[in-house]
Write a protein that binds this ligand. Sequence first.
Ligand code: TYM
Length: 338
Amino acid sequence: MENTNTITTTKQKRVFSGLKPTGQLTIGNYIGAIKNMIELQKDNDCFYSVVDMHSITIDIEPAILRKNSLDMLALFLACGINPDKSTVFIQSHVKEHAELTWILNCHTMMGEARRMIQFREKSKENKQNVNVGLFDYPVLMAADILLYQADLVPIGKDQKQHLELARNLATRFNNKYSPTFTVPDGVFNKTGAKVFSLLEPKSKMGKTGDNPNGIVFLLDNKDDIMRKFKKCVTDSETEIKAKTTKPGISNLLTIYSQFKNVTIKEAEKEFAGFSYADFKLSAGECVADFLGKIQKEYKRIINDKAYLESIMKTGAEKARLSAYRTLDKVKKKIGFIV
Ligand code: TYM
């Protein structure tokens, strides 16, 4: 399923998505996932999680993980995820994720897990710490989605292969026992399913490991944002047009159009005749203004520890109820005495 800005669904669907608090959130996360998460909550029953269990597949300082998790929760809310409409929770508060992962592990073939591109990439980046968790990560992600019987999963393009595994596992389990899991569909942003680094416009804008000057973080201040946009890599031409031969300009047009809520064509028209330098400034200004409002809200929320605590508590209670229901069914089907 693809969308631009409006998603129309006939009946309320179950939605699940998660973001891992390995590093700070970026505009790639915002455009690729969070925008659709916000849009979908209008008409659907959504579960949104800070998936901290995924973060320990790489080495991470406990204090940093704790800070990132709280920051992410506050940023979810600051971006517009409404805890009165959606269930917002921390993954490790719901033990069913780990339990279902074990059961799904026993239905996942080594060969199919080995084919996961992200595992191969991450194990190359992290040669000293290729742990079993890193290998098993996509199965945990499948458990996240299947526990909540999600119909829809808003994600960026880099998660497509993992979602495919979740779909395969659901179908395999349903065929082996009897219908148990909903087979989920991905929801992708039509133009922004993959946002690229400002410095290497053919590589994904990541959270960690890459050159931070190519990444715009949601909590970057205006000076840093403007500096990053000014230094953004483009090409030797002059035309502001999205083309495969112009990855830098195409990426900037994507970013601008997503923050301005206009189409690429409209953005091209608006900047016809502009110099690259002026376009970079306008794109930077637009992003900085947008993020400035989110940051103001974030500052208010992150300082209200009692509020964050109450969101986490309520979210975990609601999530547990749903997760327990699925896990109980699964356990009965595979022959566990429950
Ligand atoms: P994570 O934490 O790396 O990224 C969170 C979400 O942001 C999207 N994304 C991007 N989209 C467009 N352009 C980019 N440059 C970009 N970078 C990241 C990701 O596709 C993702 O949707 N395994 C997941 C987290 C996860 C999850 C889940 C997601 C765990 N369980 C269940 C959905 C459902 C991950 O590492 O995303």
